[in-house]
Design a protein around this ligand. Structure first.
Ligand code: AHR
Length: 860
């Protein structure tokens, strides 16, 4: 079916039935929720002509969700109360939970699109239950009355839902709830009844119908292909270059998203082998009741005669309070650390071992042992541990054998008391042999993508779980013992050993632009800590300091060594500037007034002080909805250079939305697609997800004039410590395991261009579904002159593509062809490189479910 015909059928069969000729002028509309899923079901509508028989719009389709507090458990809408207010604007208030002293509010002019949510905090009562609202036409203001557990009722009034009068106690009679009850689909619900024009219900129905049509279309997977494409035979594609239409595209299109999720940093890319080296693990790092997650985690004493305790008096540094104390009565026992699921060492490799030591009682040495399988000692060294104040000691241990589950043992060689901190075991062989560097194999796997930029440190980690958890770059630089470790919102610990200096250095080492992302003065809206999420923005009287922190980052990265922050960079070993050009502000934030105030401050300061830096804003966690719309509105208002879009969607979504950016206004902000991935049920990475992403990446190349950057997310996941799937690269202590989706990123990264060469595409099939599953893109890399043709076939049949390279002077009669192919569920397919004969016109056969790249040398 052609696109036009399928749209016609959709409109005719799905929407037209509600446009019947004999329609009522007006009907009753009920706004309500159900208490399903612990009150997280949002706002629904039902309509009736006679107040008896109610028809629910889309069987409890949700038109408004609450966005207050923690994902999954706290985003509740209890007792929504909807009225029609000033200028035909709909106002909705609702209860958030049983304890908080706030209610929620949102407005809409059509009941479909709802604006920003706000959560006004109240000054009276114990909590805020069952808020109701009415409009006082004579005073042109609104009154919200709520109940409280102290048995009283309170009222506030407002004209704009931004500022409210202080809550005042009112008589219970003032609580004038005009809700009615109705039976909808056999269930009795309570809601507000409104008399509305039929067109209002019609629009609600159309919204539901369009949404369910899209949901069905986007949930299609390759499982349906056998039936869907049963009649399909070989498809022919003709591709004729239109060289006159060539356009410049971004040369930064493909980069990487690095976040410390899934143990990506400590225990992952950061090469440190000792877990909890600083004894700073704390129960607060975890949301659960993991009592073993404390200062002693991963440490234990083997043998008897030595007691191991934790102390915090006179620490090595005030940011690193806890340390180990060993009280030895009889020698022989050792304090041991098993690393992150064991320590993986290689025969002949050298390891830098360092620690801070302080003798409390007695004198004597410390024996350091690296112990492998069957308690075989792989290396050992004796160090003097008689110092009476903290002293850093370093030795090199060379392993005599391979071992996957080695551990380190620290044995006091005399009786007495000894304090130890910052116990580190670091491979000498880090990526590019950097001290305090990165795990070589993992870093190389990332470098192989040829990313043009690295985004760090998140993701959600950048804006953090509650105000106190916002990632502060200044806490992550300087000597390791002075860095401030903190809870990772993914439920573990960040040592900050991999900090801003190391991120910048890694970018330089792989020739990628650094793209740090900083919080917009608000923590994650899904915060569990602090309650209620993002309405706890950084207090305005602290915002100047926060803005200064961001300005200081530019000085740290780029400033002369004579400046305060440039000097710190030089002290870390990098006097030359890092040449920072981009900064991201905000990550998927809820766009509220609280957000806007802080975001605007930061953006204005950056524009004023550092117009040379491209600032990237944020437009919410998905490709539509309030935060996306409001985020874009703000981007227009503030003339932001680029915005960060995120969407994790089904392969069907990527297939059906290839034209997403074709419609984008080229005069507005550019787009950084900062997080995306194709998600199938079960979250595998396979040929189906990889090809859906490849197909979409060709659409990004086509739109490379407006989409200037993109990064798949997340990047890394340590097996057995994975909070989020799928990821691009999995690993354990010894092995790096790439995915099919990684291969796609690598093929695009290694075959990027800075000029897009449009082509006329003629596909032999007239089926829209077939056309959508074949994608092509031709780019030129003007540095090498190479022309690169990318072709994706997401169909169960082979495809033949005839390519007419009109206007291109090919240099050779053969080109390099790389093919990634397999069955949709295959997880182990890897690219195969061969050569292909080419001419000015040539034919390439695309296997079913395949991605082919042909790289062609050209001459002037
Ligand atoms: O990529 C994983 C998470 O997804 C990121 O931390 C967050 O920005 C998004 O919700």
């Amino acid at each position: 079916m052609t696109k036009k015909l399928s749209l016609f059928c959709f409109l005719f069969f799905k929407i037209m039935p509600v446009c019947f000729a004999n329609k009522p002028d007006s009907v009753y509309l009920l706004s309500y929720t159900t208490s399903k899923s612990n009150n997280t079901n949002g706002l629904h509508f039902a309509w009736s002509q006679d107040l008896t028989k109610w028809e629910s719009v889309g069987n409890e389709f949700t038109f408004l969700w609450s966005d207050y507090g923690r994902w999954g458990t706290q985003k509740k809408m209890i007792n929504p109360y909807v009225i029609l207010g000033r200028n035909n604007e709909w106002e909705c208030v609702w209860q958030l939970n049983e304890q908080d002293h706030a209610f929620a509010h949102a407005s809409s002019n059509d009941l479909v699109y709802w604006g920003r949510q706000s959560y006004p905090v109240l000054n009276k009562g114990v909590n805020c239950l069952q808020p109701i609202i009415w409009y006082n036409a004579s005073a042109d203001n609104y009154t919200v009355v709520y109940k409280s557990n102290d048995g009283k009722c309170y009222a506030v009034s407002t004209t704009d839902f931004k500022s409210y009068t202080p809550a005042a106690e009112v008589a219970p009679a003032a609580y004038n709830d005009e809700s009615i009850t109705a039976i909808i689909d056999g269930v009795t619900v309570k809601g507000q009844m409104h008399k509305v024009a039929w067109a209002v219900v019609q629009k609600l129905n159309q919204t539901y119908e369009a949404s369910s049509f899209k949901r069905t279309e986007n949930s299609e997977t390759t499982v349906q292909h056998a039936q869907r494409f049963a009649e399909l035979k070989l498809v022919d594609v003709k591709l004729s270059l239109l060289p006159a239409k060539a356009k410049a595209i971004s040369d930064m299109l493909l980069g990487i998203f690095f976040e410390d999720i899934n143990y990506a940093a400590d225990g992952g890319l950061y090469a440190e082998l000792i877990q909890n080296r600083d004894f700073e693990y704390s129960l607060a790092d975890k949301e659960g009741n993991d009592t073993a997650w404390n200062s002693t985690n991963s440490w234990s004493v083997k043998g008897t005669g030595t007691a191991f305790t934790i102390d915090s008096v006179s620490p090595v540094h005030k940011n690193n309070l806890h340390y180990a104390v060993l009280k030895t009565v009889t020698t022989g026992a050792a304090l041991t650390n098993t690393g992150f699921d064991g320590i993986n060492v290689k025969k002949g490799d050298q390891y830098n071992c360092s620690l801070f030591v302080k003798r409390n009682i007695g004198r004597g040495n410390l024996l350091i042992k690296l112990v492998g399988n069957n308690n075989v000692v792989l290396s050992e060294a004796v160090v003097n541990a008689s110092t009476s104040s903290w002293k850093k000691i370093s030795v090199v241990l060379t392993s005599s054998a391979d071992a996957k589950d080695a551990y380190i043992a620290l044995l006091p060689l005399s009786a007495g008391s000894l304090s130890l901190d910052m116990v580190s075991l670091f491979p000498k062989n880090t990526f590019k042999a950097r001290p305090n560097g990165l795990r070589a194999d993992l870093a190389q796997t990332i470098a192989d993508i040829h990313p043009r930029f690295v985004r760090f440190p998140g993701g959600s980690v950048a804006h953090g779980d509650g105000l106190g958890n916002i990632y502060r770059w200044k806490n992550t630089i300087g000597p390791l013992e002075s860095r401030k470790p903190q809870r990772n919102l993914w439920g573990y610990h960040q040592s900050a050993g991999l900090g801003y200096f190391e991120y910048f250095r890694f970018c330089e080492d792989i020739g990628a632009e650094p793209v740090p992302v900083l919080a917009a003065g608000v923590p994650c809206q899904n915060s569990a800590v602090g309650g209620g999420g993002q309405q706890g923005g950084i207090p305005m009287n602290e915002m100047d300091e926060y803005v200064q922190d961001i300005l200081d980052l530019v000085e740290y990265a780029n400033g002369p060594v004579t400046t305060e922050w440039g000097k710190k960079r030089a002290a870390a070993g990098h006097p030359k500037p890092f040449n920072l050009k981009y900064i991201g502000i905000g990550n998927e934030d809820l766009i509220t007034d609280i957000f806007e105030e802080r975001y605007t401050m930061i953006l204005r300061a950056m524009k004023q002080q550092h117009p040379e830096i491209t600032v990237i804003g944020t437009v919410g966690p998905t490709f539509e909805g309030t935060d996306y719309e409001e985020g874009w509105r703000l981007a227009d208002k503030l003339s932001i250079a680029a915005v960060d879009e995120h969407y994790y969607q089904s392969p069907g979504w990527f297939i059906n939305n290839q034209s997403f950016y074709d419609k984008y206004d080229r005069t507005k902000s550019k787009v950084y697609l900062g997080e995306y991935a194709a998600h199938l049920p079960g979250r595998p990475s396979n040929i189906e997800t990889a090809l859906a992403e490849a197909l979409y990446l060709t659409a990004l190349e086509r739109n490379g004039d407006v989409v200037t950057m993109s990064s798949y997310a997340p990047l890394l996941a340590k097996e057995a410590h994975t909070q989020w799937k799928p990821d691009l690269i999995y690993f354990d202590n010894a092995v790096v395991k790439t995915t099919t989706d990684y291969e796609v990123q690598k093929l695009f990264g290694q075959n990027s261009g800075n000029e897009y060469l449009p082509a006329e595409v003629i596909i032999s099939s007239s089926q829209d579904a077939v056309k959508k599953r074949i994608a092509t893109s031709i780019v030129r890399d003007t540095k090498t002159g190479d022309v690169i043709v990318k072709m994706i076939n997401l169909l169960p049949v082979a495809t033949t593509v005839t390519i007419d390279l009109k206007g291109i002077n090919i240099a050779n009669t053969s080109a390099i062809k790389t093919v990634l192919a397999g069955k949709p569920a295959d997880t182990n397919s890897r690219p195969i490189v061969s050569s292909i004969s080419i001419g000015q016109t040539f034919t390439a056969s695309l296997a079913d479910y395949s991605f082919t790249v042909v790289r062609i040398k050209t001459r002037e």
